[in-house]
Design a protein around this ligand. Structure first.
Ligand code: ZN
Length: 411
């Protein structure tokens, strides 16, 4: 997507406040000798920013507005090293709620819906983002937070929740519990809003058919407000994103050059009106593409495809670059396996081996199935994995994001 004149002047304002606040990005600009932009070519010269830059600014180095204007902070999970702290002004909080309410509207959710929120509350942006957007919309919020499946299901029945907000793994767990307990006729859910974790078509169909609901993918990350910067509409042709608040470009993660619309690459986000912590050309490491053309719904907002993985998920096995999403694509062609899988890579006797764990039920010949899957991976990707077929339900499900790839070569 070519950046518009309006967006350029908005980016320029973000740059001026970053320079004034002497933030890390202000220093990057100084080093690059840039004090402002007026053309798309100028924009392309702007340096990228990375999660590491944000970590180094810990604790409050990203604060770009005066302290008296900051009303809240959020933090992204710090699984490696320092967490990232994002300061918000009252306007940032309100803008985020407006975007999130727009997400609900795009999914056809209204102020007569009852929205049960299962993502976590606290330092991270999940729960409270879902809640502020729902309140902005005027819907009734049932703020459960994660876990306690008994209570979740009880409230879902008693409050007659019509919308469930969850990660895909937790939505699947709830769907399985509802089936197991035989309470489907007491459940009033119509729609599910599912966090941006990458998830396969198969898992989606399973949740959708077991719960009998429509599913919507919501996109976002703490560094850029939080969830709520994009969602698919009922035509399900990709996620509309709010280009009056953010500018998205897709780049080749190796050459760092923008790729044409329609081509797969890394999502890079620039905030347009953020005050507390503006970000310029922030590399998300999420893989997707811009979908060209207009959506049948008539929305003027551009579209991103679903997230296909992470640039750092790319694994090199026997000299071949592999994305877990490729394996997932292949598994979709086997109706007898479930949507859960695990990839484990190890190094044995000087050779890389990949073990692929899949689940099926007792009506299938495990050996024959593993042979057929191995052959398909060999013909599509170029090497033969060891396929282990296990009993349905044996692979772990979690309330948070499921880890599916384990590289044991460097442990
Ligand atoms: Zn649409």
């Amino acid at each position: 997507m070519q950046i518009s004149d309006l967006q350029i002047s908005q980016v320029n304002n973000q740059i001026l406040s970053l320079i004034k606040a002497k933030s890390f990005y202000g220093k990057k600009l100084e080093e690059a000798g840039i004090s402002g932009i007026t053309t798309p070519e100028d924009f392309n010269q702007l340096p990228f920013s990375e999660k590491n830059d944000l970590r180094e600014a810990y604790p409050l180095g990203l604060m770009t507005a005066p302290e008296e204007d900051i009303v809240r902070i959020h933090s992204s999970s710090g699984t490696t090293g320092l967490p990232v702290i994002i300061p918000y002004t009252a306007k940032d909080i309100d803008d985020w709620a407006i975007m999130f309410a727009r997400c609900y509207e795009t999914a056809g959710i209204t102020n007569t819906d009852r929205i049960q929120i299962t993502p976590g509350y606290g330092l991270w942006t999940a729960g409270i983002g879902f809640q502020s957007g729902a309140e902005k919309l005027g819907a009734m919020v049932i703020p459960m937070g994660p876990g306690n499946t008994d209570k979740q299901l009880q409230m879902m029945m008693d409050m007659k929740s019509t919308v469930i907000c969850a990660t895909s793994s937790y939505a699947l767990l709830l769907a399985e519990e509802i089936e197991k307990r035989g309470i489907k006729d007491k459940i009033c859910l119509k729609k599910g809003v599912i966090g941006s974790e990458r998830w396969g078509e198969k898992m989606r169909q399973r949740i959708s058919s077991e719960l009998g609901i429509e599913l919507y993918d919501i996109y976002g990350l703490t560094e850029v407000y939080g969830p709520g910067i994009g969602i698919n509409c009922k035509y399900d042709t990709g996620m509309h994103y709010w280009d009056d608040y953010i500018y998205i470009e897709i780049i080749d993660p190796v050459t760092l050059k923008p790729v044409p619309d329609g081509e797969l690459g890394e999502i890079v986000i620039t905030t347009l009106v953020k005050e507390g912590a503006p970000l310029i050309r922030y590399r998300t490491h999420d893989l997707s593409r811009i979908i060209p053309g207009t959506c049948p719904c008539g929305s003027k907002f551009p579209r991103l495809d679903i997230i296909m993985g992470r640039t750092d998920d790319m694994i090199k096995i026997k000299g071949v670059n592999v994305f877990p999403s490729q394996v997932e694509e292949i598994l979709k062609e086997f109706p007898e396996v479930s949507s859960e899988y695990q990839i484990r890579i190890s190094h044995l006797d000087g050779r890389d081996t990949m073990r692929l764990y899949v689940e099926t039920n007792g009506t299938v010949d495990f050996l024959a199935l593993s042979r057929r899957i191995a052959e398909k991976v060999k013909s599509r990707i170029g090497f033969t994995p060891l396929v282990k077929v296990v009993e349905l339900g044996l692979l772990p499900r979690s309330e948070k994001k499921s880890k599916r790839v384990f590289d044991e070569r460097y442990e």
